[in-house]
Design a protein around this ligand. Sequence first.
Ligand code: HEM
Length: 239
Amino acid sequence: MFHDLLQWLQDVPGATDGDPATSWSQQFAGSLHLWALTEGTHVLSLILFAGTILMVDLRMLGIAFRSVPYSTLNNRVLPLTIAGFALATVTGVLLFLSNPVHYYHSVFFRAKVIFILVAAANIFWFHYRVQKNLAEWDTRPSPPLAVKLAAGVSISAWILVIVFGRLMALSFFECENMPKGTFGYAFAECEPVMRGIEELEAQAAEEEAAAAEESTEESEPAEDPAPAEEAPAQQEPEE
Ligand code: HEM
């Protein structure tokens, strides 16, 4: 269902005369500077976002800023984390829309989304459970184990999001390269992708066969060619 919706999104909106190559999605993917600018902004926003998260996580682990109360540090950097996350999400969604079918069936994109969800669940668990007794450990250089655990999960999940984000640009583990029946093939829901490729290949083979047939018909001389008409004898101009 999602495959068909994303295929439509990739081919139809903005297309001139039904030509998918002119859709907004494909124009954005093929743009000279816009795509690169969007990806550059995505990466720069991650520095802001992941950098500030790392500061808070290291404080929660009792490794850095041990003399600064947790709440003081968190209140200072949280607006930057939120701004970085908002920018990363907006630019990430735009990049996704440049080639939605490809990313939707990417093993690495799926893994990345799973770990974004893990990190989000960890934030909620920390906020609603662990942070309840904040007053007890706010100024302690080394917070309790539950706080350290939340920080460990956060750092690990975001590192995996960044690693999978980087791997998305590489072509291994794409549907065309994975044998049927493997975990990756099922995880990326490769069936509709391969069906599409087979249909395109069959169509190309048909067109090639038709073109070959046409060219043999043209090159073969007709069996009984009509005798060429004799050119009328040129008359001498009368003087
Ligand atoms: C908020 C946390 C996020 C992190 C930490 C993250 C991380 C990354 C990283 C490290 C890259 C690779 C950049 C490069 O090396 O060129 C990347 C690219 C990308 N990200 Fe994200 N991302 C995040 C959110 C999102 C979201 C929400 C989406 C879409 C729903 C998204 C979609 C993409 C796409 C489509 C690419 C381009 C991959 C390519 O080069 O083909 N990202 N991301």
